[in-house]
Write a protein that binds this ligand. Structure first.
Ligand SMILES: Nc1nc2c(ncn2[C@@H]2O[C@H](COP(=O)(O)OP(=O)(O)O)[C@@H](O)[C@H]2O)c(=O)[nH]1
Ligand SMILES: [Mg+2]
Ligand SMILES: [Zn+2]
Length: 296
Protein backbone atom coordinates (compact mmCIF):
# COMPACT_ATOMS: atom_id res chain seq x y z
CA UNK A 1 0.00 0.00 0.00
CA UNK A 2 1.38 3.43 -0.97
CA UNK A 3 1.12 6.55 1.13
CA UNK A 4 2.56 10.04 1.14
CA UNK A 5 4.24 11.94 3.92
CA UNK A 6 6.74 14.57 4.96
CA UNK A 7 10.10 13.70 6.53
CA UNK A 8 10.60 15.53 9.80
CA UNK A 9 13.54 13.67 11.25
CA UNK A 10 16.43 11.52 10.22
CA UNK A 11 18.76 9.77 12.66
CA UNK A 12 21.28 7.27 11.37
CA UNK A 13 19.19 6.24 8.39
CA UNK A 14 15.89 5.97 10.25
CA UNK A 15 13.29 8.48 9.13
CA UNK A 16 10.28 9.86 10.95
CA UNK A 17 7.66 10.62 8.36
CA UNK A 18 4.64 12.74 9.20
CA UNK A 19 1.70 11.13 7.42
CA UNK A 20 -1.40 12.80 6.05
CA UNK A 21 -3.44 11.56 9.03
CA UNK A 22 -0.88 13.22 11.36
CA UNK A 23 0.57 9.95 12.56
CA UNK A 24 4.33 9.49 12.49
CA UNK A 25 5.68 6.56 10.60
CA UNK A 26 9.18 5.21 11.05
CA UNK A 27 10.75 4.28 7.71
CA UNK A 28 13.95 3.45 5.85
CA UNK A 29 15.16 4.60 2.46
CA UNK A 30 14.65 2.09 -0.35
CA UNK A 31 17.89 0.61 -1.67
CA UNK A 32 17.52 2.23 -5.07
CA UNK A 33 18.38 5.65 -3.64
CA UNK A 34 21.87 4.50 -2.79
CA UNK A 35 22.46 3.50 -6.39
CA UNK A 36 21.14 6.85 -7.54
CA UNK A 37 23.36 8.60 -5.01
CA UNK A 38 20.46 10.48 -3.41
CA UNK A 39 19.49 10.55 0.24
CA UNK A 40 16.06 11.46 1.51
CA UNK A 41 16.28 14.52 3.75
CA UNK A 42 14.20 16.17 6.43
CA UNK A 43 11.81 18.43 4.56
CA UNK A 44 11.31 15.99 1.69
CA UNK A 45 7.84 15.02 0.60
CA UNK A 46 7.93 11.31 -0.04
CA UNK A 47 5.91 8.27 -1.02
CA UNK A 48 6.14 5.20 1.19
CA UNK A 49 5.42 1.55 0.88
CA UNK A 50 4.10 0.50 4.25
CA UNK A 51 4.93 -2.92 5.59
CA UNK A 52 2.28 -5.57 5.25
CA UNK A 53 3.98 -8.20 7.36
CA UNK A 54 5.78 -8.30 10.63
CA UNK A 55 9.56 -8.04 10.19
CA UNK A 56 9.04 -5.95 7.11
CA UNK A 57 10.17 -2.33 7.11
CA UNK A 58 8.28 0.72 5.94
CA UNK A 59 10.17 2.00 2.91
CA UNK A 60 10.52 5.42 1.38
CA UNK A 61 10.12 4.66 -2.31
CA UNK A 62 9.94 8.07 -3.91
CA UNK A 63 11.15 11.62 -3.23
CA UNK A 64 8.97 14.31 -4.79
CA UNK A 65 10.84 17.08 -6.64
CA UNK A 66 12.71 19.45 -4.33
CA UNK A 67 12.91 23.18 -4.61
CA UNK A 68 16.35 23.17 -2.97
CA UNK A 69 18.51 21.22 -0.55
CA UNK A 70 21.09 22.47 1.94
CA UNK A 71 24.18 20.53 2.90
CA UNK A 72 24.28 21.66 6.51
CA UNK A 73 21.82 21.22 7.99
CA UNK A 74 20.83 18.46 5.58
CA UNK A 75 17.33 19.78 4.91
CA UNK A 76 15.32 20.01 1.69
CA UNK A 77 12.70 22.54 0.58
CA UNK A 78 13.90 25.41 2.76
CA UNK A 79 11.64 28.46 2.44
CA UNK A 80 13.19 30.98 4.82
CA UNK A 81 16.71 31.67 6.07
CA UNK A 82 17.04 33.77 9.22
CA UNK A 83 20.33 35.58 8.68
CA UNK A 84 21.22 36.56 12.20
CA UNK A 85 23.53 39.42 13.14
CA UNK A 86 24.33 41.03 16.47
CA UNK A 87 24.57 44.79 16.94
CA UNK A 88 27.85 44.00 18.69
CA UNK A 89 29.58 41.15 20.53
CA UNK A 90 30.36 39.99 17.93
CA UNK A 91 30.48 42.90 15.49
CA UNK A 92 28.21 42.15 12.54
CA UNK A 93 29.79 40.55 9.50
CA UNK A 94 27.73 42.42 6.94
CA UNK A 95 29.55 41.01 3.93
CA UNK A 96 28.63 37.54 5.11
CA UNK A 97 25.01 38.66 5.36
CA UNK A 98 25.09 40.11 1.84
CA UNK A 99 26.61 36.92 0.51
CA UNK A 100 24.00 34.79 2.22
CA UNK A 101 21.26 36.95 0.72
CA UNK A 102 22.68 36.21 -2.74
CA UNK A 103 22.60 32.48 -2.13
CA UNK A 104 19.10 32.64 -0.74
CA UNK A 105 17.96 34.33 -3.93
CA UNK A 106 19.81 31.73 -5.98
CA UNK A 107 18.08 28.89 -4.13
CA UNK A 108 14.63 30.49 -3.97
CA UNK A 109 14.77 30.97 -0.20
CA UNK A 110 13.47 34.16 1.39
CA UNK A 111 16.23 35.79 3.45
CA UNK A 112 15.04 37.50 6.61
CA UNK A 113 17.68 39.48 8.50
CA UNK A 114 17.49 39.55 12.28
CA UNK A 115 19.48 42.20 14.11
CA UNK A 116 19.83 40.63 17.53
CA UNK A 117 21.22 41.93 20.83
CA UNK A 118 19.30 45.14 20.20
CA UNK A 119 19.48 45.83 23.95
CA UNK A 120 23.08 46.94 23.39
CA UNK A 121 22.05 49.75 21.03
CA UNK A 122 18.53 49.94 19.68
CA UNK A 123 19.08 52.76 17.23
CA UNK A 124 22.18 51.11 15.76
CA UNK A 125 20.09 47.94 15.37
CA UNK A 126 17.34 49.84 13.60
CA UNK A 127 19.85 51.52 11.28
CA UNK A 128 21.34 48.17 10.36
CA UNK A 129 17.90 46.74 9.68
CA UNK A 130 17.14 49.72 7.44
CA UNK A 131 20.07 48.89 5.11
CA UNK A 132 18.41 45.61 4.30
CA UNK A 133 14.89 46.96 4.09
CA UNK A 134 16.16 49.43 1.45
CA UNK A 135 17.41 46.39 -0.44
CA UNK A 136 14.04 44.69 -0.52
CA UNK A 137 14.97 42.28 2.27
CA UNK A 138 12.73 41.97 5.30
CA UNK A 139 14.70 42.77 8.44
CA UNK A 140 13.73 42.88 12.10
CA UNK A 141 15.31 43.94 15.34
CA UNK A 142 15.30 41.20 18.00
CA UNK A 143 16.39 40.61 21.54
CA UNK A 144 17.01 36.97 22.30
CA UNK A 145 17.45 37.71 25.97
CA UNK A 146 13.80 38.76 26.35
CA UNK A 147 10.79 36.55 25.59
CA UNK A 148 8.68 39.55 24.51
CA UNK A 149 9.41 39.38 20.80
CA UNK A 150 8.81 35.66 20.35
CA UNK A 151 5.24 35.92 19.06
CA UNK A 152 6.07 38.65 16.58
CA UNK A 153 9.03 36.67 15.30
CA UNK A 154 6.82 33.61 14.84
CA UNK A 155 4.37 35.74 12.86
CA UNK A 156 6.86 37.22 10.42
CA UNK A 157 8.36 33.87 9.49
CA UNK A 158 6.81 32.19 6.44
CA UNK A 159 5.02 28.90 6.49
CA UNK A 160 7.20 26.01 5.46
CA UNK A 161 10.77 25.33 6.52
CA UNK A 162 13.08 27.84 8.19
CA UNK A 163 16.73 27.65 9.13
CA UNK A 164 19.00 29.96 11.13
CA UNK A 165 22.40 31.07 9.88
CA UNK A 166 25.05 33.54 10.97
CA UNK A 167 28.30 33.93 12.87
CA UNK A 168 28.95 32.19 16.13
CA UNK A 169 27.54 33.83 19.30
CA UNK A 170 25.06 36.14 17.56
CA UNK A 171 22.19 34.39 19.36
CA UNK A 172 20.95 31.67 17.01
CA UNK A 173 20.47 29.07 19.75
CA UNK A 174 18.86 31.63 22.04
CA UNK A 175 16.35 32.65 19.35
CA UNK A 176 15.70 29.01 18.44
CA UNK A 177 14.80 28.29 22.05
CA UNK A 178 12.55 31.32 22.05
CA UNK A 179 10.69 30.13 18.95
CA UNK A 180 10.36 26.59 20.19
CA UNK A 181 9.40 27.74 23.67
CA UNK A 182 11.84 25.35 25.27
CA UNK A 183 15.50 24.84 25.99
CA UNK A 184 16.34 22.79 22.95
CA UNK A 185 19.87 24.12 22.87
CA UNK A 186 22.51 25.26 25.24
CA UNK A 187 23.50 28.81 24.56
CA UNK A 188 26.70 30.72 25.03
CA UNK A 189 28.77 28.28 23.04
CA UNK A 190 29.26 25.95 25.99
CA UNK A 191 27.96 22.93 24.18
CA UNK A 192 30.47 22.51 21.39
CA UNK A 193 30.68 18.80 21.96
CA UNK A 194 27.00 17.94 22.07
CA UNK A 195 26.19 20.28 19.22
CA UNK A 196 28.86 18.75 17.09
CA UNK A 197 27.15 15.45 17.66
CA UNK A 198 23.96 16.92 16.29
CA UNK A 199 25.74 18.47 13.37
CA UNK A 200 26.77 15.19 11.86
CA UNK A 201 25.31 14.67 8.43
CA UNK A 202 23.39 11.72 9.76
CA UNK A 203 21.12 13.75 11.99
CA UNK A 204 18.57 16.30 10.96
CA UNK A 205 15.25 17.31 12.34
CA UNK A 206 12.64 19.96 11.77
CA UNK A 207 10.32 21.04 14.57
CA UNK A 208 6.91 22.69 14.17
CA UNK A 209 6.89 25.93 16.20
CA UNK A 210 3.63 27.37 14.83
CA UNK A 211 0.99 25.94 12.54
CA UNK A 212 2.64 24.95 9.27
CA UNK A 213 5.95 26.56 10.32
CA UNK A 214 8.94 24.31 10.79
CA UNK A 215 12.40 25.13 12.09
CA UNK A 216 15.53 23.12 11.37
CA UNK A 217 17.08 22.18 14.69
CA UNK A 218 20.61 23.12 13.68
CA UNK A 219 21.80 26.37 12.19
CA UNK A 220 23.64 26.09 8.94
CA UNK A 221 24.10 27.39 5.45
CA UNK A 222 27.80 27.99 5.56
CA UNK A 223 29.61 29.72 2.72
CA UNK A 224 31.94 26.76 2.44
CA UNK A 225 29.19 24.62 0.97
CA UNK A 226 28.17 26.99 -1.75
CA UNK A 227 29.10 26.93 -5.40
CA UNK A 228 31.36 29.73 -6.56
CA UNK A 229 29.47 32.56 -8.21
CA UNK A 230 30.61 34.25 -11.40
CA UNK A 231 30.67 38.06 -11.20
CA UNK A 232 27.77 38.07 -13.67
CA UNK A 233 25.68 35.74 -11.52
CA UNK A 234 26.56 37.68 -8.39
CA UNK A 235 25.42 40.95 -9.93
CA UNK A 236 22.10 39.49 -11.04
CA UNK A 237 21.36 38.45 -7.45
CA UNK A 238 21.09 42.10 -6.40
CA UNK A 239 17.43 42.10 -7.43
CA UNK A 240 16.98 45.61 -6.09
CA UNK A 241 19.50 46.88 -8.68
CA UNK A 242 17.68 45.27 -11.61
CA UNK A 243 14.87 47.77 -11.56
CA UNK A 244 17.37 50.58 -12.15
CA UNK A 245 19.80 48.75 -14.44
CA UNK A 246 17.62 49.36 -17.50
CA UNK A 247 18.40 53.07 -17.17
CA UNK A 248 22.19 52.68 -16.98
CA UNK A 249 23.93 54.05 -20.06
CA UNK A 250 25.77 50.80 -20.75
CA UNK A 251 24.21 47.48 -21.40
CA UNK A 252 25.72 45.04 -18.90
CA UNK A 253 26.75 47.88 -16.58
CA UNK A 254 28.39 46.55 -13.41
CA UNK A 255 27.39 49.72 -11.54
CA UNK A 256 30.96 50.41 -10.45
CA UNK A 257 33.20 52.44 -12.80
CA UNK A 258 30.72 53.09 -15.60
CA UNK A 259 29.46 56.64 -16.21
CA UNK A 260 25.72 57.44 -16.16
CA UNK A 261 24.91 54.50 -13.94
CA UNK A 262 21.32 54.54 -12.67
CA UNK A 263 22.19 52.32 -9.70
CA UNK A 264 24.91 54.71 -8.49
CA UNK A 265 22.46 57.54 -9.02
CA UNK A 266 19.83 55.78 -6.86
CA UNK A 267 22.45 55.22 -4.16
CA UNK A 268 23.27 58.93 -4.16
CA UNK A 269 19.58 59.72 -3.81
CA UNK A 270 19.36 57.32 -0.84
CA UNK A 271 16.87 55.13 -2.67
CA UNK A 272 19.33 52.29 -2.21
CA UNK A 273 21.56 51.63 0.80
CA UNK A 274 24.97 53.27 0.46
CA UNK A 275 26.53 50.81 2.93
CA UNK A 276 25.26 47.80 1.07
CA UNK A 277 26.37 49.32 -2.23
CA UNK A 278 29.90 49.90 -0.88
CA UNK A 279 30.05 46.25 0.16
CA UNK A 280 28.72 45.26 -3.28
CA UNK A 281 31.69 47.01 -4.88
CA UNK A 282 34.12 45.20 -2.56
CA UNK A 283 32.45 41.83 -3.03
CA UNK A 284 32.24 42.28 -6.79
CA UNK A 285 35.99 42.92 -7.02
CA UNK A 286 36.75 39.95 -4.76
CA UNK A 287 34.52 37.63 -6.75
CA UNK A 288 35.95 38.86 -10.05
CA UNK A 289 39.47 38.16 -8.78
CA UNK A 290 38.54 34.70 -7.54
CA UNK A 291 36.70 33.88 -10.73
CA UNK A 292 39.71 34.90 -12.84
CA UNK A 293 41.96 32.60 -10.82
CA UNK A 294 39.55 29.70 -10.59
CA UNK A 295 41.55 27.34 -12.80
CA UNK A 296 44.98 28.24 -11.38
N1 LIG B 1 22.70 41.04 25.54
C1 LIG B 1 22.18 40.07 24.80
N2 LIG B 1 22.73 38.85 24.83
C2 LIG B 1 22.16 37.87 24.06
C3 LIG B 1 21.01 38.13 23.26
N3 LIG B 1 20.70 36.98 22.61
C4 LIG B 1 21.61 36.06 22.99
N4 LIG B 1 22.49 36.58 23.87
C5 LIG B 1 23.64 35.92 24.53
O1 LIG B 1 24.68 35.76 23.57
C6 LIG B 1 25.43 34.58 23.81
C7 LIG B 1 25.50 33.72 22.55
O2 LIG B 1 24.20 33.27 22.23
P1 LIG B 1 23.93 31.89 21.47
O3 LIG B 1 22.46 31.77 21.32
O4 LIG B 1 24.64 30.76 22.11
O5 LIG B 1 24.63 32.20 20.07
P2 LIG B 1 24.86 31.22 18.79
O6 LIG B 1 26.30 30.84 18.82
O7 LIG B 1 24.56 32.07 17.61
O8 LIG B 1 23.94 30.05 18.92
C8 LIG B 1 24.73 33.88 24.97
O9 LIG B 1 25.43 34.19 26.15
C9 LIG B 1 23.34 34.50 24.98
O10 LIG B 1 22.75 34.50 26.26
C10 LIG B 1 20.46 39.45 23.27
O11 LIG B 1 19.48 39.77 22.60
N5 LIG B 1 21.08 40.37 24.06
MG1 LIG C 1 24.46 28.00 19.07
ZN1 LIG D 1 24.85 50.75 -13.67
Amino acid sequence: MHNCGFIIKCVAGVYDVLMEDNSICSAYAAGKFRNQNVTPLAGDKVALKLSERENEKNLITEIFPRKNALVRPPVANVDTLLITLAVKKPNPDLKLADYLICYCRLLDIEPIVLINKSDYDLSAAQNLAQQFVLSGVRAFVTQGSSPDGAEKLKDVINEGITCFSGQSAVGKSTLTNLLLGKQMFQTGGLSKKTERGRHTTRHSEIVEFAKGKWLADTPGFSLLEMPELSPEQFKELYFEYSEYAGDCRFNGCNHIHEPDCAVKQAVEENKLSKQRYDRYVELFEEIKEKWRKRYD
